[in-house]
Design a protein around this ligand. Structure first.
Ligand SMILES: [Zn+2]
Length: 134
């Protein structure tokens, strides 16, 4: 038995796209279902991460579209994409938001109570190469 922890990476390229504006048709969201194809991600009892995250992203896709956002998915079926291919899709669509969905797993039962919740990664916009200390 393993415990699965949902991991969603939000990459906000611009602010304001999730604000209270009524017309969201100018806000582009790209949703990435992690893994796919030969890359199953975490597996347990016949369940595969790639299938679970595809189902989650399809629901997110419908939900965001119903809210008026322009939404794209990096994959809509069981195919493998390299990380660079996934981010290029977001670049080509000029996405303000990139959401990559994963379902991480842990098999160490002694750590089940230590691991829970949502893991979120986001870019550090405060990083500037001109001021990087040596
Ligand atoms: Zn994953």
């Amino acid at each position: 038995m393993i415990k699965i922890v949902l991991s969603i990476s939000f990459m906000f390229f611009l602010t304001g796209c999730l604000g209270p504006s009524v017309d969201r048709s100018g806000s582009v969201i790209v949703i990435d279902a992690g893994h796919g194809g030969h890359d199953t991600g975490a597996t347990e009892a016949g369940k595969r991460e790639k299938d679970l995250v595809l189902q989650i992203t399809q629901k997110l896709y419908k939900e965001f579209r119903s809210e008026g956002y322009r939404v794209y998915m990096t994959r809509g079926n069981d195919c493998f994409l390299k990380l660079g291919q996934r981010t290029r899709i977001a670049d080509k669509k000029d996405a303000q938001v990139f959401i990559s969905v994963h379902a991480n797993a842990i098999s160490d039962r002694s750590r089940f109570n230590d691991v829970e919740g949502v893991e979120t990664y986001y870019p550090d916009f405060t990083y500037q190469t001109q001021t990087t200390p040596l």
